[in-house]
Design a protein around this ligand. Sequence first.
Ligand code: GAR
Length: 215
Amino acid sequence: MKQIVILISGRGSNMEALIAARDAGRLPVAIAAVISNRPDAAGLATAARAGIATRHLDHKAFASREDFDAALADCIDGYAPDLVVLAGFMRILSEGFVRHYEGRLMNIHPSLLPSFPGLHTHQRALDEGVRIHGCTVHFVTPTLDHGPVIIQAAVPVLDGDSEESLAARILVQEHRIYPQAVRWFAEDRLRLEDGRVRIAAELSDAAGLISPELR
Ligand code: GAR
């Protein structure tokens, strides 16, 4: 079974969705550890209650981004994960860190990338008057909130929406698509071809295409 490490900075609701999917038998992974750059991240207590190893590494204690990222990579690599899952990890990552985890570093972002990279995505979507907004799970590249898209979900922007109401509608979708993306990775179904993600058919689907006498 594949091992994952989850990185958080705060509430950890996406992490909780991953734990819930694992517990429900919908996500065949072992969660080796949850690591936060903020010692007071609420998600750390949630992970500990679920019996998962937790670590914190305060970025403020490091002289440079590169120093922090090197220590973070050491901490992560101690668990030898197959996949590193950024779940509300609010740090810009150095190029060296991203390259080290190329093809095994996933992020969720609260917009339909490439629209609205960065912060305050919901307010910016409201300010622009877009009719559709959403969330994206992607493999991470050195460019902020950029990289091959694995799955997206869209929601309507409704008259009278506030930043909070829009965020809440999208969070429901985040909690649906992140476990799905990690599950595809766990099942070895994601392939990167020419900078795009291809999702292989489920084995059960493929088996269904083969007539019984040939199986
Ligand atoms: C989520 O909405 C996630 O998409 C966003 O932070 C929130 C974390 O919530 N991530 C980013 O903005 C990354 N660029 P959570 O801690 O409850 O999962």
